[in-house]
Design a protein around this ligand. Structure first.
Ligand SMILES: *Cc1c(COP(=O)(O)O)cnc(C)c1O
Length: 355
């Protein structure tokens, strides 16, 4: 690989590879040997390095701890049968990280720094990418403030880091969801479109209440009227009604622009399905649930790709959705995406980077 940036590499003297049980991976628990680090100081990104994964030392006055100036990404790398590493739509994650950063007053990471840091990290830890069917390497890039100062202003210093986690076959069992009409995840003008740490912190409590009632996740509604279906907080939501695929639009700034969402919409169009990017109203959803006219309801996100919805709770009623037949759209699109990601079909959309 041609190296354009100077990245200092310190290899671990004690790899955890041998002691890792690849048959029992828990999402996000097993972390590969190395991490990429860059520092932002005096107005520029410097000190690019790959080091053994290790704890950081933080000052108690660290700005992120108090004011939450922090953004992240989530993406995956796969191995094909030849052992090549295939990265899925990493350019889209790089762009989205910077869009999130701008909203949170965090300096953007140049494309070359992101890609070169990522490539060299993956190359060094390539043995951590499982080559079993359905397995992959989850990649977590993130940027956070590191000023040691309690004043309220954008930090002057930041860290950009990437670490990775091998993950097992993530088959999501069908999920049960509750339509949330009291609490709010995102408001127009807020930070809902940014992959920002604080959005998650604010979602935990309402999600916990729903879990106590027996639901896996929430369906968020808009913060103003609670009459429009938005997304699920870690996944975008899609509904197939009258053979038309419906999903919330991203132009209000309250929906995270999921890369899985975008990929599924593009494939749906290629497969000839009409696609509507518009808000499904709670009323419309309720009517469709009563009439049993929802053919499919599912979430889309990097972790599971597609998570089918088995039950929706709305206005005090639990509605069961019928199970999917193998020729349903969501099952077909999942298969297509898997084939693309694992290199089983030719990538003619420019979605795969091979290294
Ligand atoms: C990350 C995320 C998604 C899914 O995005 P993908 O790029 O498909 O993984 C959906 N909603 C929220 C709030 C997210 O943070």
């Amino acid at each position: 690989m041609e190296t354009k940036l100077q990245i200092d590499i310190t290899k671990t003297s004690k790899s955890k590879l041998q002691e890792t049980d690849f048959d029992n991976l828990v999402f996000g628990k097993t972390i590969s040997d190395h991490m990429f680090v860059a520092d932002f100081k005096k107005g520029e990104w410097t000190d690019f390095r790959i080091e053994p994964y290790a704890p950081l030392s933080l000052n108690p006055a660290n700005a992120t701890l108090h004011y939450g100036q922090s953004v992240f990404e989530g993406m995956k790398a796969y191995k094909n049968d030849e052992g090549d590493i295939l990265l899925f739509r990493a350019d889209a994650n790089q762009k989205r990280l910077n869009e999130s950063a701008v909203r949170m007053c965090i300096p953007e990471v140049p494309e070359e720094l992101f890609m070169e840091g990522l490539m060299q990290l993956l190359d060094l830890d390539r043995d951590w990418i499982p080559n079993k069917p359905g397995y992959s390497l989850y990649i977590r890039p993130f940027i956070f403030a590191t000023d040691d100062y309690l004043g309220i202003r954008p930090s002057e210093n930041y860290k950009f880091m990437i670490f990775t986690c091998p993950v097992g076959h993530y088959y999501s069992k069908p999920v049960t969801v509750k339509v949330e009409q009291k609490y709010t995840r995102a408001a127009e003008g807020g930070t809902g479109a940014a992959k920002a740490a604080g959005n998650y912190a604010g979602s935990l409590y309402p999600a916990l209440l729903a879990q106590k009632e027996g639901y896996d996740q929430l369906i968020w509604t808009d913060g103003k009227t609670h009459q429009n279906i938005e997304e699920s907080g870690t996944m975008n939501l899609m509904f197939m009604i009258n053979n038309t695929l419906i999903t919330a639009p991203t132009n209000k700034g309250t929906i995270l622009k999921g890369i899985t969402r975008d990929s599924v919409l593009k494939l749906a169009k290629e497969m000839g399905y009409p696609v509507e990017e518009r808000f499904l109203t709670v009323q419309e959803l309720e009517k469709a649930l009563i009439e049993n006219s929802i053919q499919e309801a599912f979430g889309t996100g990097t972790a599971a790709t597609i998570a089918h919805i088995a039950k929706i709770h709305l206005n005090g009623v639990d509605y069961e959705l019928s199970s999917k037949s193998p020729d349903s759209f969501s099952i077909q699109v999942l298969e297509t995406l898997d084939k693309i990601k694992y290199g089983k079909v030719e990538d003619n959309r420019g979605w795969i980077i091979k290294l």
